[in-house]
Design a protein around this ligand. Structure first.
Ligand SMILES: CC(C)(COP(=O)(O)OP(=O)(O)OC[C@H]1O[C@@H](n2cnc3c(N)ncnc32)[C@H](O)[C@@H]1OP(=O)(O)O)[C@@H](O)C(=O)NCCC(=O)NCCS
Length: 306
């Protein structure tokens, strides 16, 4: 019973995609396998773990900082202790990083989801049996981008024009904007957003729209800065002095039109102002996620005086 654990190598990516495809019914994990298993976050590179049985890859996990980024066991290999082995290996890494609390999935800048999908009841129950508790909940909104009267090129053009009349130049960002944007977003918003903006800017065409005023960004919005290729919207922000001018709405529609080129539905991740999205583009569905955490069994190390 159980499997053999080892470091997951890039050469295992195709097999890892197969495991994620079979295992993760609630998240499109296989489509972002490389980003989740091997990609950086603002904290650095993850440690990716392979579980094999008879030489065949049957489970994968990745951890970074205090987060378990991804954890999955092929349905044909479940109930044999392999998920437990992978989780214990992730936790060992997390406690070694001196973290006081382990969390699943919601790693800033590189998250598969903002937590475990509430409809993934078996996994939540399994985690609870492993000592995890739900500390918070987050919501993603789903927006129809194919048949939506609020997501059209004509409406976008109108909104861009209205912004221009108010003194704002709305346009797609280019990679040459990277330095100015990153510096402004770092100072105005911080967190993992500059990291996600950089990733969105690297796409072709860059997945970032900006409203400029007097050579400085007044608002920005991005898509596919995390979970690249899934059509997720965010992050987005308008500097406080420029709010209430229709900038956020215009930039949102610009991004959703991009997403519509490849997807029928956009996912607005980790939302704050639900009413804003409802009014701006309509909401067709939502997903809610449980933030599952477990406290370290170890006491905080005594920090020696300087
Ligand atoms: C959650 C998940 C990883 C569990 O994987 P698993 O390999 O079945 O997990 P385990 O075998 O360790 O645990 C399952 C049960 O088998 C039992 N078990 C059977 N044989 C065992 C053995 N030899 N050693 C230890 N436990 C064993 C465990 O006690 C456990 O019982 P419990 O469910 O009552 O706690 C798996 O169901 C999965 O991949 N889910 C979908 C992926 C997902 O949604 N991940 C989150 C987003 S990435």
């Amino acid at each position: 019973m159980g499997g053999t654990l080892a470091t997951l190598e890039l050469a295992d990516l195709a097999a890892a995609c197969d495991v994620l495809h079979a295992a993760c019914a609630h998240d499109r994990a296989a489509l972002v396998a490389e980003e989740k298993l091997f990609g950086a976050s603002p904290r650095g590179l993850p440690k990716a773990i392979a579980a094999r049985k008879g030489g065949i890859l049957v489970g994968v996990a990745a951890t970074c900082g205090d987060r378990v980024r991804v954890l999955a066991v092929h349905p044909a290999a479940r109930g044999e202790g392999i998920g437990g082995q992978l989780l214990a290996a992730c936790e060992a890494e997390i406690w070694q990083n001196a973290a006081r609390r382990a969390r699943l999935l919601d790693e800033p800048g590189n998250y598969l989801a903002p937590g475990i999908d509430l409809t993934n009841k078996d996994t939540i129950a399994w985690l609870e049996r492993k000592g995890y508790v739900c500390r918070d909940k987050h919501t993603n909104l789903l927006v129809d981008v194919k048949h939506n009267a609020k997501v059209t090129e004509a409406r976008f053009a109108e909104m861009v024009e209205r912004c221009a009349q108010r003194g704002y130049h709305v346009r797609r960002a280019t990679r040459a904007d990277s330095e100015a944007l990153s510096a402004s977003i770092s100072m105005g918003f911080g967190g993992a957003w500059p990291f996600e903006i950089e990733r969105a800017l690297a796409a072709e065409p860059p997945g970032v729209f900006v409203a400029w005023r007097a050579g400085r960004p007044a608002a920005f919005a991005a898509h596919d800065g995390n979970n690249q290729g899934l059509g997720w919207f965010g992050p987005a922000g308008t500097w406080p002095e420029h709010r209430g001018q229709g900038l956020g709405e215009a930039l949102l529609v610009g991004c959703l039109l991009d997403i519509a080129a490849d997807h029928a539905t956009a996912e607005i991740a980790w939302i704050g102002p639900r009413d804003f999205y409802e009014k701006a583009v309509g909401v067709t569905g939502e997903r809610t996620f449980a933030v599952m955490t477990k406290d370290s069994p170890f006491k905080r190390a005594t920090i020696p005086p300087l």
